[in-house]
Design a protein around this ligand. Structure first.
Ligand SMILES: [Zn+2]
Length: 130
C-alpha cells in the first residue's frame, strides 16, 4: 500500500509521541512494517526497492505479488470447500444407492453395485443403518 507523504512531501516512518519518525530511505521499499515488538511501532521496510508501481517496493510488498498471493489463498480455500461438498454428496449418494440397489433392474449393474456395497464392509453397514 502506498504510504502517504507528510505535507513537506517526505514520507516518515515510526512517528509517535516521542519520535518524529525516520525520513524515507529512497533506496529501500516504501512499505511501513511493524517492529513486531510489544508496542505498536513501525519502521520502513529494510529490503531494497525495485518492484511494483514506480519500482518503490520490495518483492513481497509489491501490490501485484500480494494480490496474486491472496488469489492463490482464495483458490485453495475454494477447492477445499468443493472437496467438502463432494464428500457430503458422496455420503448421501452412497446411502441412496444402498437403498436403491435391490431395485436396479439391470442385473449386471445391480451386481456391480451390490459388490461395491459388500466391499465397503462395516462402512456400508453404518451408512445403511445411519
Ligand atoms: Zn518491503
Amino acid at each position: 500500500m502506498n504510504k502517504t507523504p507528510d505535507k513537506d512531501g517526505i514520507r516518515r516512518y515510526g512517528k509517535g509521541h516521542i519520535s518524529n519518525g525516520m525520513a524515507e530511505d529512497k533506496t529501500k521499499c516504501q512499505e511501513e512494517v511493524s517492529d513486531g515488538g510489544r508496542w505498536l511501532s513501525y519502521h520502513q521496510c529494510r529490503k531494497p526497492r525495485g518492484f511494483g508501481p514506480e519500482k518503490q517496493f520490495c518483492k513481497v510488498h509489491d501490490p501485484k505479488y500480494i494480490e496474486a498471493k491472496d488469489k492463490a489463498r482464495q483458490a485453495k480455500w475454494d477447492l477445499r470447500h468443493k472437496r467438502d461438498r463432494v464428500q457430503w454428496a458422496g455420503h448421501r449418494l452412497l446411502r441412496l444407492l444402498i437403498r436403491a440397489a435391490p431395485h436396479i433392474s439391470d442385473d449386471e449393474i445391480r451386481k456391480e453395485v451390490e459388490q461395491e456395497i459388500i466391499d465397503l464392509g462395516d462402512v456400508g453397514y453404518l451408512l445403511a443403518n445411519d
